[in-house]
Design a protein around this ligand. Sequence first.
Ligand code: ZN
Length: 150
Amino acid sequence: MVKFALKITAKLENATDLQPAGGADNGLPYLFKLQCTTCQAVSDNICLSTSDPSSTTYKCKGCNAQGSASLVIGYGQPVTKSGQYATLMHINCDGFEPEDFTFSGDWACRSVVDGKYHEFQFTDGKFKKEEDQIKMIISNLEATFVVDRT
Ligand SMILES: [Zn+2]
């Protein structure tokens, strides 16, 4: 089994503390693909939930190898600075490597103007809010899976 850390970053304009609404461990659907370590075939999107982080078994479409993936909660950190990578989730994988995370579900960030949290959903990989004094833009979403050797 290999431990992976899912790290995310974004361009934050007038915003800080980007994270899933309610925190990384609170019900966000974690959508990503699995690449088979035997034949390199890539799966369709799979969806894991923090409400049921137990190990889920998968079978490769290419070579029928069996493996599993599970979320490991308790590692999520908000993105506080533009361009800074923050850990969102740890994922244990056996026989597969995770890739191609999709940003979905409800997210939140804090305005640097009023200090309040705003909840939103990404549209076309972006979030933009402009009303009164509050102008926030979150763009350039990126996610990467790195092997966690700790
Ligand atoms: Zn395979």
